[in-house]
Design a protein around this ligand. Structure first.
Ligand SMILES: NC(=O)c1ccc[n+]([C@@H]2O[C@H](COP(=O)([O-])OP(=O)(O)OC[C@H]3O[C@@H](n4cnc5c(N)ncnc54)[C@H](O)[C@@H]3O)[C@@H](O)[C@H]2O)c1
Length: 349
């Protein structure tokens, strides 16, 4: 089996999912981590038995001999770091959103073209088992023509201060959560979004230890697809009780409702509480809906395994740079609509 060496930039929330996913693959070795937080990086290295190099400056990591580097840093760093990774001759596994803006994304895709390396876009939801099952059912034609639907992601708000800052994040709940829904919906309907309408709001501006929330913490939008389907998306950072993600799709021959979280797979009532239920749930007391094998249910290991397979067998990933730019274009148009209060046409590059 061909051995693949990888490295990770960042040691925060999503970097841990990358560590876990790489560790499950017997032919993959993490040979380096770059992080501004040495303690957090050492913690990850101990937990996941990583014997590679720990460096503060990510440019030092680019000198290491490896095939791919995970870009697990705040959004405002995606463009520069991804371009540097590609130019150093490594594939870049870039977390969502690809970038803050479509213009930044265009520069990244240009670097991809000239570098001979690839952008692999980390859209884990498209690798999640429940969401993939929906795709299979749709591909069989079991629901007929999809004409309406709903996508939704909610939790109480992100875990780091940078998410709440316009300059660092580039956007709020729409960019952070809506990007997942839009990617899945474009994949499900297998056609592009033609027009959009969107309204955004910030309803909890004071985020205590994270400071002021400068971006929207709620967004509602309508996606008008080329096949005439109209789908509502609802994104929120103000919903306590843990990560809620779900789709409903309505077709001429049937319908599907899917929710890997808050599903009826398992419900627990506890007066004392227990260890962990699901990402961002503040309590495990009362009625809770734990997600077994959460990382697997959310598709992180399957996504990384697919990327490694693509490298070894020189295949195009399901979620490539071009796809991620398209999804970002829809998001950017939704921000435009929220300003003009009008339905806006999506103009792709
Ligand atoms: N796929 C998903 O569901 C998902 C979930 C969470 C986050 N993300 C994405 O992953 C990215 C990171 O988010 P997070 O939640 O891990 O954030 P985080 O705040 O938990 O971690 C950010 C990490 O980046 C590091 N960092 C910052 N600047 C750096 C630099 N110059 N060099 C090296 N390391 C640097 C920090 O030290 C920290 O370890 C974001 O783009 C976010 O949107 C994706």
């Amino acid at each position: 089996m061909e051995k693949i060496n990888v490295a990770i930039i960042g040691s925060g929330f999503i970097a841990e999912h990358h560590c876990h996913a790489y560790n499950l693959l017997p032919n993959v070795e993490i040979i380096g981590i770059s992080s501004l937080e040495e303690d957090k990086a050492k913690e990850l290295m101990n937990k996941y038995n990583i014997s590679g190099k720990l460096v503060k400056n990510y440019e030092d990591l680019l000198k290491i001999d490896c095939e791919a580097i995970s870009v697990c840093v705040p959004n405002f760093l995606h463009k520069k770091i991804t371009i540097d990774v590609l130019n150093s001759g490594k594939h870049a596994f870039v977390e969502k959103p690809l970038a803050k803006t479509v213009s930044e994304a265009a520069d990244m895709l240009e670097a991809e073209k000239t570098s001979n390396c690839k952008i692999f876009y980390c859209e884990n939801n498209m690798y999640a088992p429940s969401f993939r099952k929906v795709k299979e059912i749709l591909e069989e034609g079991a629901l007929g023509q999809i004409y309406m639907g709903r996508g939704k992601e909610q939790h109480s708000g992100p875990h780091s201060a940078w998410f709440y800052k316009q300059k660092e994040a580039g956007g709020g709940a729409l960019l952070d959560l809506g990007i997942h829904d839009i990617a899945c919906l474009v994949w499900y309907l297998d056609c592009d979004v033609k027009e959009v309408f969107c309204q955004i709001k910030t309803i909890i501006p004071d985020r205590e230890k994270f400071g002021n929330c400068e971006v929207e913490d709620n967004a509602v939008g309508v996606l008008y697809f080329e096949n005439d389907a109209q789908v509502i998306i609802e994104e929120s950072w103000t919903a306590p009780s843990g990560y809620d993600m779900r789709f409903e799709l309505y077709g001429t021959e049937g319908q599907v409702k899917v929710a890997p979280t808050f599903s009826n797979l398992m419900s627990v009532y506890s007066e004392t509480g227990y260890g962990y239920a699901v990402e961002k749930a503040r309590t495990t007391k009362g009625w809770t809906f734990p997600v077994p094998a959460e990382s697997w249910s959310f598709g992180y290991p399957q996504e990384i395994a697919h990327f490694i397979d693509c490298i070894i067998n020189n295949k195009e990933p399901l979620t490539n740079g071009k796809f991620s730019q398209k999804i970002l274009t829809v998001v950017e148009t939704m921000y435009r609509s929220s300003k003009t209060n009008k339905i806006e046409e999506v103009l792709y590059e």
